[in-house]
Every structure is written in C-alpha cells, then in structure tokens.
Design a protein. Sequence first.
Lengths: 317, 101
Amino acid sequence: MKTPVVVLTGFLGSGKTTLLARLLGHPDMGETAVIVNELGEEAIDHHLLRRVDERTVVLGNGCVCCTLRGDLADELRDLLSRRDRGEIPAFGRVVVETTGVADPAPILYTLLGDQVVKHHFELERVVTTVDAVNGLPAAESVRQVAAADTLVVTKTDLEAANDVRPDLERINPAAELLVASFGDVEPDALFGPAGTDPRSVPAGEPDTGHGDVHAHCLVSEEPLDWTAFGIWLTMLLQARGGDVLRVKGLLNVGAEGPLLINGVQHVVHPPEHLPSWPDGDRRSRIVFIGRGFLREELEHSLAAFNGAVLGSDPEGV
Amino acid sequence: MQCRTYYDRAMCVLCGVLLNDHWAEQEGGRRGRVFRGRLLNRVLAVYGLRLDDWSGRVWVLRDRKGRAAVVDNLGAVWVEAERLCGRPLDPLDPDLIAALS
C-alpha cells in the first residue's frame, strides 16, 4: 500500500505553517512525516520533520514545470528507508510544505515521475492556502490556486480581510473551498483522496476568469473516445502547454463510471476509472484553466478529434 | 535516419520519459495501440508526416523529405513532429479541425 502525500502550498505568509501546526496537533491526525523547505517560527517539532533545500535538477529540453526535485525525491526515499528499518515511527502520511513562491508542478512531477518515489508514495491532494488580506499578490499564487484540489482561505478573522472566495472560484471552479481562521480545520477536511469526487468537476458553468487566466467548463454531449482524447491533450500540451495551468475532468468513455483525468500544467496523473457517476448527468465535463483559450475553440477541436474516430474505424482494428 | 529514443533522455513528463507508462497509453493493449496509430496518422497526414509501428514497442515518424525519428510514446510523437515540421502543431488550428471534420 502506497503512503499518501499531501502537498501544502500557498504564497508567502498565507498561513501554511499555521494550518499545518494546528493540524498536526489534532488528535485525529495520526503519525505524519513533514517535509518543509523553510523552517518557520511555528513549533511543529513533535512530529517527524525534515528540511530540504530547494535543489532542482533541470532536465534536458524540459520545461519549467518538468524539473525534477531531486531534494524531495531523496528525502522521500530516506524517510522510506528509515521507516522500514524502524529508525523512525511508522508514519502513515507525508505532508510536503512548499516555499511560498514555489510552483507546485515540479513537486507533482517528482511524485509521479521518480521511479522509486512513485512506487511507494501517491499524491493524495494539493492544498493551497490563500490569505484573505493579500489575496493573490503574484503570478505564482495564481498557479498555486489553479493546481489546488482544496483551497483554504486563511486570516478571515482580520479586520483587513476581503472576501477572496469569488476570485478563487473564478480561477479554479473545480477545487473544494474551505475557510479557516487561525488554521482551524479538521484533518478529515484536508486529508483523504481528492479529485475522486465527481461532484468536484462542474458541468457547463459559464466561463470565469481572473486577469488573463480563465476557467472553461467544457461539456461533451457525445461519449468521448479515450484514444482520441489522449491524442488531443498531448498535442495541445506540446503546442501550448505553457498556457495550460490545469485540466481536470470526468470523461464518459462508455464505461459504467467516468474516467477521471487530472493534470497540472504538463504533469498529468494516470487516468482513473471511477465506479459510478454522481448523478444522472453522464456527459463528459472538463475544467480547463489556462491563458488565451476560447471555450468554443477547445470544444470544437476536441469534437473534431473525437469525430475522427469514426473515420479511423476502431472496430476494424 | 536520426534515431531518438526516449528511454534515457530526460525531457518532459508530457513525453512520459520518467514514466514507464505514458498516461495516455494505459488503455487498450495492442488493439488500442493499433487504433492509436491509425488515428495519429489521420492527424499527422495533415502535416505531411507518417507514423509506423516498429515491433510494437516504438514508432517511426517520417516526413516527405525522408527524415525520420524513432519515438517510444505519444508525447514524444509531438516533440519530434514539431521538430520535423519546424513549428508547433496546434490542435486548435482551424485548418486541422477542418481536415478532421
């Protein structure tokens, strides 16, 4: 059984460490190993705590999101080794707290791509904190929000707090949204598989946006052919991957339940068959977050690729 | 022929280099691979490219000038197709959509 990993990200000062410290003190939290980039003032020393330097291995011809975080891979391997030898308590979960300006994609890439890591750990979800006072101060914070499975709004108790939720919903309508003053969140709300709840992928909502980033909720009335979809998305990521921040969808591929597809920038999770649909709506729905795309051109293009299946005669293979 | 296998070259996760199983090729088995090749060739033909399966493990991508590249997964197909064409192959291109429709 793989050990779940939660990636906790959020811009500088957005309350990541406060949230983590509160969670680790919760009696239901269980044994958790924590990997942090920076040691803050919060005391979280009663749990396993590892510090990593941000050492990245830039891969030949790779893009920014596809750099391997060698430091993170080393730490995860070392934790695994020491747990197996009984040198440290048998932790059941790992939380990776990123730096405030970190792009989460290389971390996800490491979890899904490192040969050792991916066989022993699995990404459970990405949690992004956003503080209600400063909102989204930089491009990095928008990327962090787009990558999130769960968004936690912090510092809502402060007098200068703003209601940032509409902005967050406009950027990432697929994410679960929680409000937590003083880091007050139950562990159950943040830990556990994310992205497997079909209800987290809205269908047919109007396009929304924040600055130059827009979220398009694509819907396909026709069942989608998985082969055609894979060809379409890989081609799109190669051609315009720099503008794609997130793709998350439930595809009707003619099976009993939907196929879950989940990608952050170039980093795409292996597709997962879900056992059933959440309701009677069996249409494929995809939340597509990016820069410079039009909903109509995305839907038209995907429909053309899907339609090309008929001309390629899959039954004749 | 310029051979470019992607077993050892580190590139982008899009290319599946560090992932043994590319995310888009995990369904269908051999039959799925044949169908994938057929569908890919419908798209690649628009750009004067052709893809042939080589032993069921890798693909050979060729252009009309006789240049070729060996690729081992779907992501790498687009990397090499872009190199052979000298420009990105955009699935949102209206001419491509018209050709497929």
